[in-house]
Structures are given as C-alpha cells and as structure tokens.
Design a protein around this ligand. Structure first.
Ligand SMILES: [Zn+2]
Length: 69
C-alpha cells in the first residue's frame, strides 16, 4: 500500500499514513498522530496530483501567440 506523508499545522509533526488508493479516493480522514488534530495537509506522494492538467492554455484561433494577436 502506498504511504502518504502528512504535516500537522497544529503541532508541526510530520507523520506517514498508509492507506490504499481506494481509501484515499473515498476521502481519507487523516488525523494527527501526535495531537489528534485534523488540521493536516499532505506533503507529497509518489502519485501525481489528481485532477486535470491546467498548465496548457487553450486559446481559440489555432495560433500560439497566447491571445496577443
Ligand atoms: Zn498535531
């Protein structure tokens, strides 16, 4: 199972959560192992960020001037 690194904003602890991908997709409720806070955020994972890529601007017209023409 993949491991996810989390950081607690309340006590500044960093800890690892091991969860299956299906658990993660269902909305894993992560609490800090030290203080029990839910004010945690994921630091990184080996899996690319979910969602669609938005780094490719799509501009009508077919030219690549990014709207300058
Ligand atoms: Zn904490």
């Amino acid at each position: 199972m993949p491991a996810y690194e989390y950081h607690c904003d309340d006590c500044n602890a960093t800890f690892t959560v091991i969860a299956s991908i299906s658990e993660k997709e269902k909305g894993l409720q992560v609490v800090c192992r030290i203080c029990g806070s839910t004010n945690v955020r994921q630091l990184y994972s080996g899996i690319s960020m979910g969602g669609k890529k938005k780094d490719l601007p799509v501009i009508g017209g077919g030219c690549s001037c990014e709207g300058a023409c």
